[in-house]
Design a protein around this ligand. Structure first.
Ligand code: ZN
Length: 297
């Protein structure tokens, strides 16, 4: 049986055809221009295959309030043509398929939880640190949505004394995580592309401090059994040992778990096991869920 997956990004729409187990068999990518042009391309590609359901991992924010009449729409985005676009409703009706939608980061969290780094645990926090910062939370094997969906990237931080850009870059908040620690924030603060920064550049100690604050706030709030850090910034793998060390320092030994010790933390704060495929695998799993639970959407 085949399932369709759409990774709807602000730059590209990546369509995949795969199995309910998350194996990708075919893939095509289209530039995200206007809904009229892009959605036709998506429908044409997926419509060529005998797929039984569709899972969508989309850029957001999304309306994911179950009772909302505009459930599955993109709510607000700098891409003006997509503001308010009913992505779920259009694709579901044009393809005539059971369809499920979630944020891209929630898809990645689902995939890492079921088939990646979090396999065997019932809870997981996945945080993507890149152009923006987003987090997806799985508790008791289910994604948390709550009021809308978690917006972990906008957690308010305690500013590090050495920070020369203490307000951050977020247009909505002063010193939130995304405004202080996203890829663009790093580059704005230091006036240098992060790709050109060597591992001993002071930017990385500061970055690790903010990401460690986020880990600690998440540990004491959600108690996840594992934290997965992905996204472009985390390709700087030297960040992992720094974040782990600072997380333990900030926790001060308060949370009693063998995982939160110098020996245990290497397997507690980890990179995605599925690499860059987390989102597409999650969208396939979401599509398979839509088939099993058609009443949910
Ligand atoms: Zn913010």
């Amino acid at each position: 049986m085949l399932i369709g997956a759409l990774e709807a990004g602000g730059t590209n729409m990546v369509c995949s055809i795969g199995t309910p187990q998350g194996d990708v068999l075919q893939r095509a990518s289209f530039m995200t221009t206007t809904p009229e042009v892009t959605i036709d391309q998506v429908v044409d590609f997926i419509g060529k295959f005998d797929v039984k359901a569709l899972g969508i991992g989309s850029f957001g924010p999304l309306d994911l309030a179950p009772s909302s009449p505009t459930y599955g729409s993109i709510t607000d985005t700098p891409k003006a043509a997509w503001v308010g676009y009913p992505l779920l409703r259009v694709l579901s009706s044009r393809l005539g398929l059971p369809t499920a939608i979630d944020t891209a980061v929630n898809c990645a969290a689902l995939a890492e939880s079921k088939m990646g780094a979090g396999k065997g645990y019932s809870s997981l926090l996945y945080v993507a640190v890149g152009t923006g910062i987003g987090g997806g939370l799985v508790v008791e094997n289910r994604l948390v949505h709550g009021l809308v969906h978690p917006e972990l990237g906008h957690m308010i931080m305690s500013v590090e004394p050495s920070d020369t850009m203490p307000d951050g870059t977020c247009p909505f908040h002063r010193h939130c995580l995304e405004g202080l620690a996203s890829g663009p924030a790093i580059e704005k603060r230091w006036g240098l592309s992060s790709k050109l920064m060597t591992p001993d550049h002071p930017a990385w100690e500061l970055e690790a401090s903010y990401l460690a604050q986020m880990c600690v706030n998440s540990i004491v709030t959600f108690s996840p059994e594992i934290i997965v850090l992905g996204g472009g910034v985390m390709k700087q793998t030297h960040l992992f040992p720094r974040i782990r060390k600072k997380t333990l320092e900030l926790l001060g030994g308060y949370v009693a778990s063998s995982r939160l010790t110098p020996e245990g933390i290497d397997s507690y704060i980890v990179a995605p096991a599925l690499g860059v495929n987390s989102c597409v695998v999650g969208a396939l799993l979401l599509g398979a869920q839509a088939l099993e639970e058609p009443s949910t959407r």
